[in-house]
Design a protein around this ligand. Structure first.
Ligand SMILES: [Zn+2]
Length: 467
């Protein structure tokens, strides 16, 4: 497989440290709130990467952390602890919040057919590992203590800016406006490994350490958890592009200072999902969760297809109109597959040929859109029988995970009531519901049509539809 590597800024042939085996680490959620669909895009594309590697024959071990302590509202060690913020908001303890939102996260993942990583480790379960690494960093002169906190000295790190591509000049002026100066830091980019005292609010969860009662910084969690479960040499580290700096930059600095050699060979980053106004964030506008989409009648598989249709390294623009198109495409595709008879011989040669074409397509820097093209072309291939087509769809779906062969048989044929007159009647009912400000009913009507592969488009001259 060829894969873009953020570290080298080039597309490279993927070669794991040990032939046939892949050690993969992915930054997990900070469990203080629901994940928005932009976060889920990252986990979804990481899932596709993992499944494609397995499909291509690798044995993959994937580890993910769950951040339940130490992640401040700014990635640069300032602001409030996110977990504490969540606890206050809901008048619960930090552990109750962590438990609730961790379950909610994996529930979202399962509805999107995102496989649970082999190992999922909450940060609070690895405090001993973090302490051991921090002690070694202090002993080797990579860290220092100031006002009770332990900091990593980034001026000691070899090639600190390699991943981010920042230069020292940019770092001097600061990359984020919300990072306020911490007078304890020797260098602006230094970061906290262990907090005992800080100017921030008191922490609910604290542990004994050689430096006093305290809690770990966010960055050390991922290095510690990865090294604990995957050892000293990692093949692929994944995350969203917003993790490149400072999080992943700091992970590399501390891991390599601790290990004394290169840590991870490939860095895989998924681009943002934006809404039409720009970056999607939890603080602006409608909080887009998977549950919200479902309440509007969308099948999670429509969102999965929406993500697969575009390249993970390109920003993806979310709008309901775009999602409607994906939802209609999903219904159409699922029906097409449901209409394939499972009876008859399977052409093993064709299966191998299409497998090779699929690996070729998706293997080019996880080009899922090209993989879908191979699927559509195969469905049009007149030389193949139904059973063979069905077998190939099922094979590709090991990577896509779109449940394409699991759709009920009643979707084989369009319902008889999908006449133009019926659709126009529905459009009129929806317009009436909107006038009466009954948006739930309006959404339900739109969703009902979408289920049948009919997409409504609202224009200033009224609503049009397409199949
Ligand atoms: Zn991380």
């Amino acid at each position: 497989m060829r894969l873009y590597n953020t570290l080298t800024k080039t597309i490279e042939e993927f070669v794991p440290n040990e032939a046939g085996k892949v050690k993969m680490y992915t930054c997990g959620p900070t469990v203080y709130h629901f994940a928005h669909i932009g976060n889920l895009r990252t986990y979804l594309m990481e899932d596709v990467l993992e499944k494609f590697l397995r499909y291509a024959g690798y044995e993959v071990t994937r580890v993910m952390n769950v951040t339940d302590v130490g992640h401040l509202t700014s990635d640069g060690d300032t602001g409030e602890d996110k977990m504490l913020k969540g606890a206050k908001r809901e008048h619960k303890t930090v552990l109750e919040i962590a438990d609730f939102y961790e379950k909610a996260f994996f529930d979202d993942c399962s509805r999107l057919n995102i496989r649970r990583p082999d190992i999922v480790q909450p940060a609070t379960g690895c405090i001993d590992v973090f302490i051991q690494i921090i002690a070694a960093l202090l002993e080797r002169g990579y860290a220092y203590i100031a006002d009770g906190n332990v900091y990593f000295d980034t001026s000691k790190a070899k090639d600190y800016d390699a991943l981010s591509g920042h230069n020292t000049e940019e770092l001097k002026v600061g990359v984020r406006d919300d990072v306020s100066e911490d007078p304890n830091k020797r260098n602006k980019s230094d970061f906290v490994l262990w907090f005992t005292k800080s100017k921030f609010e008191d922490q609910e969860l604290k542990w004994e350490s050689p430096w006093g009662l305290g809690y770990p910084g966010w960055h050390i969690e991922c290095s510690g958890i990865s090294i604990r479960y995957l050892g000293e040499r990692l093949d692929i580290h994944c995350g969203g592009v917003d993790n490149i700096f400072p999080h992943h930059t700091n992970e590399i600095a501390q891991s390599e200072a601790y290990l004394g050699h290169k840590w991870c060979n490939y860095w895989f980053h998924v681009q943002h999902l934006n809404d039409e106004t720009g970056k999607m964030s939890k603080s602006k506008g409608e909080f887009l969760t998977l549950s919200l989409l479902e309440s509007k009648g969308y099948d999670p598989m429509a969102y999965r297809l929406f993500c697969l249709q575009s390249h993970y390294r390109k920003p993806l623009t979310f709008s309901y109109a775009n999602l409607d198109n994906a939802a209609a495409a999903y219904v159409k595709l699922a029906r097409r597959v449901a209409g394939l008879s499972a009876e008859g011989p399977i052409d093993a040669g064709a299966l191998e040929r299409y497998r090779a074409a699929f690996i070729d397509a998706v293997g080019q820097d996880l080009n899922t859109a090209q993989g879908l093209t191979v699927l559509y072309d195969m469905l049009k291939d007149a030389s193949l029988g139904d059973a063979t087509k069905r077998a190939i769809v099922s094979d590709f779906d090991r990577v896509f995970s779109l449940d394409l062969t699991k759709r009920p048989a009643e979707e084989k044929t369009p319902a008889a009531d999908e006449t133009d007159a019926w659709i126009l009647q529905k459009i009129a009912e929806r317009a009436e519901a909107k006038r009466a400000k009954n948006y739930a009913l309006a959404d339900a009507i739109r969703a009902e049509l979408l289920e049948k592969g009919i997409v409504l488009t609202d224009t200033k001259d009224g609503t049009t539809y397409s199949r």
